[in-house]
Design a binder for this molecule. Structure first.
Ligand SMILES: Cc1ncc(COP(=O)(O)O)c(C=O)c1O
Length: 364
């Protein structure tokens, strides 16, 4: 970089030390590949006719005008889809933006967040940025949640926020609704239930808990089953009073009109999502059977659109898959996952390419 030499060390001292110590978000292995299975995306783009409908609507918009400060049309449509009052719904620029908003609303120096470990890295990053303490409760060796330990730790350390990602990224294991309810009912904390993968899950959503418990927040995304990772759409659902607080630290105008239009159109054509989910679930079953038949690896059962496999040498297997055009995620840096790779379910053809590259890599 040409002007790097002009950066004076003294100026960098003005950067928040919590920021200086952390590294930027990084997608290991990059974001392009013939067979891209590393970001838990849907392998299916929206059908062309639906994209055109969305674009035609977007074309009619005045691009010189700000969008709605809080996108009321998409919020109303999503609230109707879920069957909840619109006052409970917040829309974000992807659920990542909402995780930041929740952090800003609940954490600060002296506050704490309880996060099962390993879990989605952004929760800890936001807590660290805000100088809050992070209390981790380890999963079991088989990567399952330890519910009793979570409840006991919450009782002991009184966190402000508990984050439950279910199905959890990167483990793909879920909590049963009864377990979530036990945590919610016993904790004095706000409980964020991140349901990024709920459409693929055998478990029930925590949405109904919002009726009975005022400390529950449910996070949803359009980046996985809904196939719109590129448009950045996420939603947060909580009781109206809590939602009105969580709205305050949000970046104004963070959701653009394209995202708002796409939300409405996709929900009006929800069969598109249902078809995608049923294809992915079918492939998940097939892939699970195939992976289980490979005796030199361990395959964890998946309650999401991705698998965790444990192999002897994850770095070598990752590299060999990559050399064959198959991009997996090396998650071996996470605690309890030293041998693990993460691979999302692709199309049938992509899964076949992955399987044959994997078989070759682990046969050596
Ligand atoms: C558990 C979990 N939450 C949130 C996200 C972020 O989703 P979004 O694209 O809506 O920001 C991801 C993405 O991988 C995820 O795995």
């Amino acid at each position: 970089m040409e002007n790097e030499k002009f950066v004076d060390q003294d100026f960098l001292e003005n950067i928040n030390p919590a920021v200086r110590e952390m590294s930027a978000y990084h997608v290991g292995g990059g974001q392009t590949a013939d067979v891209k299975l590393n970001q838990n995306e849907s392998p299916y783009d929206l059908p062309a006719w639906l994209k055109l409908e969305i674009l035609n609507e977007f074309y009619k918009e005045s691009w010189n005008r700000y969008p709605d400060v809080f996108p009321s049309q998409a919020i109303e449509r999503y609230a109707r889809f879920l069957g909840v009052p619109k006052e409970r719904v917040i829309m974000g620029n992807g659920s990542n933006e909402l995780i930041y908003a929740i952090g800003l609303a609940t954490l600060r120096r002296g506050a704490s967040a309880l996060i099962p470990s390993p879990s989605f890295s952004l929760y800890e990053k936001v807590a660290t940025l805000l100088e809050a303490d992070v209390i981790k409760v380890a999963m079991t060796a088989n990567l399952d949640f330890q519910v009793k330990e979570i409840i006991e730790e919450a009782e002991r350390s009184r966190p402000n926020l508990i984050v439950l990602s279910t199905a959890n990224n990167p483990t793909s294991k879920s909590l049963a609704i009864e377990d979530i309810e036990d945590i919610v009912a016993s904790a004095r904390a706000l409980v964020l239930v991140d349901e990024a993968y709920i459409e693929f899950s055998k478990q029930q959503s925590a949405l109904k808990l919002i009726e009975r418990y005022s400390n529950v927040m449910v996070l949803r995304t359009f980046s996985k089953a809904f196939g719109l990772a590129g448009l950045r759409i996420g939603f947060l659902i909580a009781n109206a009073q809590l939602a009105s607080e969580l709205l305050k630290p949000k970046i104004p105008f963070a959701t653009n009109r394209l995202a708002e239009i796409a939300t409405i159109k996709l929900l009006d054509n929800y069969h598109v999502v249902q078809n995608v989910v049923s294809s992915i679930l079918q492939e998940r079953e097939r892939l699970y059977g195939e992976l289980q038949s490979i005796k030199t690896i361990k395959t964890h059962e998946s309650d999401s659109n991705f698998f965790i496999i444990a192999v002897d040498n994850p770095t070598r297997v990752f590299a060999e898959l990559k050399a064959k055009g198959v991009l997996a995620r090396d998650v071996s840096g996470y605690p309890l996952m030293e041998k693990c790779l993460r691979v999302n379910v692709g199309t049938r053809e992509e899964n076949d390419r992955f399987l044959s590259a994997l078989k070759e890599a682990v046969s050596r």
